[in-house]
Design a protein around this ligand. Structure first.
Ligand code: ASP
Length: 419
C-alpha cells in the first residue's frame, strides 16, 4: 500500500494541474476565485520551512557521529553545487549566443513596467564585491527570531550547524535536547506527509490563480509569443540541463535509476513549478528524497536545505540567457572577457538569490552591472518572468534532489572504504 500512494498522489497532482490550467486559462475570473486554495497550501508549506530547516540541520549534524565529518560532506556538496551551476551557465550562454533571441533595436519598444522592479531593487547590492559582502554578512543573523520570522534560511542554517555541533559536546544535557529536537523533526515530517494530500488542490489553485491573473490563455499567449525566442531559449537550456546533465550525474556518480528517482520526487517537482519557490518546496523535497528515494537522512538533511538556498542551476542558466538577451536587444556586443564575467556573476547571482519567487530577477542586477548593461533592460523580460520562474525553480529543486543522491553515494563510498 505504501508503494502505491506516491503514484496515486502524483496522478492526483497532475489532474490538479490540468484542471487549474483549464479553469484559469479559459475562465480567468474563476481562476482568481480559487486562488485562495493555492495561497492556503503555500502558507502551510512556508510555516513548516523554518522548523524543518533548523531541526533537520541540527539532527543531521548530531547524527554525523563526528562533527569533523561535516567538513568533507560540506566540501563535496559545494563542489557538486558549483560544478552543476557552472555547467548550467555555460549551456545557457552557448544557446543564447547560437540562437540570438534578442533583436537589436527591440529594446526601445520595451514591454513591461519597471516600477514594480525598481521598488524591489531598492537597497539591493548592485556589484560583485557588494554582493559578496551581503552574502557573507547575511550568514550571521542579527537576531535569531527575526531571521526565523523572515524565513531567512541561510543564517538559520549556520546557526543550526553551530548549535548542533555544540550540542554534541555538552554531554547529558545536550543529549536530552537532541532527543527533543529529533522528536520535533519527526513530528514536522509527519505534518509534511499530511500536507502532501492537499497538494493536488493547492497546486491546481496556484496555477488557476496565476493564469487568471495573466488574463487566461488569451492574456498569457501573446506574452509568450512576444518573447517566444527568449523564453524558448531559457526553456531549451533548462530541458538540456534537467534531462541530460543532471541525469548524467545521477546515473554515473549517484548510481541511480533516473526515471524511478524522478518519479518518486514528482510531488516536489510539481510543487516547485506551482509555487516558484525552492524554500516552500523544501518540506516535500525532503520527504520524497528520504522516504521514497532512500537517500540517507544524514546527507539529505544537510544537503537539501543548503541546496534550496544556494544551489540554483535553473536560476544561473536563466541569468546568463537574460543578460545576453538584453545586450542583444540593445545592440551591445559582448567581448570574450565580458562573457567570462557573465559566467562568474550569473553563478554568484544564483547563489545569492533566495529560494522565493522571482528572487533571480532581482539579483540579475549584478550580472547586468558587471558588464555595464542597462538595468532598465529587465523591463524587457518582466512580463514573462512569472512563467520562467516556475520552470527554473523546478530545475533548481531537481538539481538539489539529484545532488543529495550523488553526494550520498560519494559519502557512502568513503565510509565503506574506511571501514
Ligand atoms: N524562484 C526561484 C527559487 O525559489 C529563485 C529564482 O527566482 O530564480 O528557486
Amino acid at each position: 500500500m505504501k508503494t502505491k500512494s506516491p503514484n496515486t498522489l502524483l496522478w492526483a497532482i497532475l489532474t490538479g494541474i490540468a484542471s487549474g490550467t483549464i479553469l484559469g486559462g479559459t475562465w480567468p475570473e474563476a481562476g482568481h476565485s480559487v486562488a485562495f486554495l493555492g495561497e492556503l497550501f503555500l502558507k502551510a508549506l512556508f510555516v513548516l520551512v523554518v522548523p524543518l530547516v533548523m531541526c533537520s540541520i541540527i539532527v543531521g549534524v548530531t547524527s554525523l557521529g563526528d562533527v569533523r565529518r561535516l567538513g568533507p560532506l560540506g566540501g563535496r556538496a559545494v563542489l557538486y553545487f558549483m560544478t552543476t551551476t557552472s555547467l548550467a551557465v555555460v549551456i545557457g550562454l552557448v544557446l543564447v549566443l547560437l540562437i540570438q533571441p534578442g533583436t537589436p533595436g527591440s529594446a526601445e519598444s520595451a514591454i513591461g513596467d519597471m516600477t514594480n522592479v525598481s521598488e524591489r531593487l531598492e537597497d539591493k547590492p548592485t556589484n560583485v564585491p557588494e554582493m559578496l559582502r551581503t552574502i557573507l554578512t547575511g550568514l550571521i543573523p542579527k537576531n535569531l527570531f527575526s531571521a526565523m520570522a523572515n524565513a531567512d534560511v541561510l543564517p538559520l542554517i549556520i546557526f543550526s550547524l553551530v548549535f548542533g555541533g555544540i550540542l554534541t559536546t555538552v554531554g547529558e544535557p545536550g543529549r536530552l535536547v537532541i532527543q527533543v529536537i529529533e522528536g520535533v523533526n519527526e513530528a514536522i515530517m509527519a505534518m509534511v506527509h499530511l500536507l502532501m494530500w492537499a497538494a493536488p488542490v493547492g497546486i491546481g489553485g496556484l496555477i488557476a490563480g496565476r493564469l487568471g491573473e495573466a488574463g487566461g490563455f488569451s492574456g498569457f499567449w501573446p506574452q509568450l509569443v512576444q518573447l517566444g525566442a527568449y523564453a524558448g531559449t531559457v526553456i531549451l537550456g533548462l530541458l538540456i540541463h534537467g534531462l541530460i546533465v543532471i541525469p548524467l550525474f545521477l546515473h554515473f556518480i549517484g548510481k541511480r535509476n533516473v526515471f524511478a528517482y524522478a518519479r518518486n520526487i514528482g510531488t516536489a517537482l510539481t510543487t516547485a513549478f506551482s509555487t516558484s519557490s525552492s524554500s516552500a518546496t523544501l518540506p516535500l523535497t525532503m520527504e520524497a528524497v528520504i522516504e521514497e528515494n532512500k537517500v540517507s537522512p544524514r546527507t539529505a538533511r544537510f544537503v537539501l536545505p543548503l541546496g534550496a538556498t544556494i544551489n540554483m542551476d535553473g536560476t544561473a542558466l536563466y541569468e546568463a540567457v537574460a543578460a545576453v538577451f538584453i545586450a542583444q536587444s540593445y545592440g551591445i556586443e559582448l567581448g570574450f572577457a565580458q562573457t567570462v564575467i557573465i559566467v562568474l556573476t550569473a553563478t554568484l547571482a544564483a547563489v545569492g538569490a533566495a529560494g522565493i519567487p522571482e528572487a533571480g530577477l532581482v539579483t540579475m542586477v549584478i550580472v547586468l552591472k558587471s558588464v555595464n548593461l542597462p538595468i532598465e533592460g529587465i523591463a524587457l523580460i518582466l512580463v514573462i518572468d512569472w512563467f520562467l520562474d516556475r520552470c527554473r525553480t523546478t530545475i533548481n529543486v531537481w538539481g538539489d534532489a539529484a545532488g543529495s543522491a550523488v553526494i550520498d553515494r560519494l559519502e557512502n563510498r568513503v565510509r565503506d572504504g574506511r571501514t
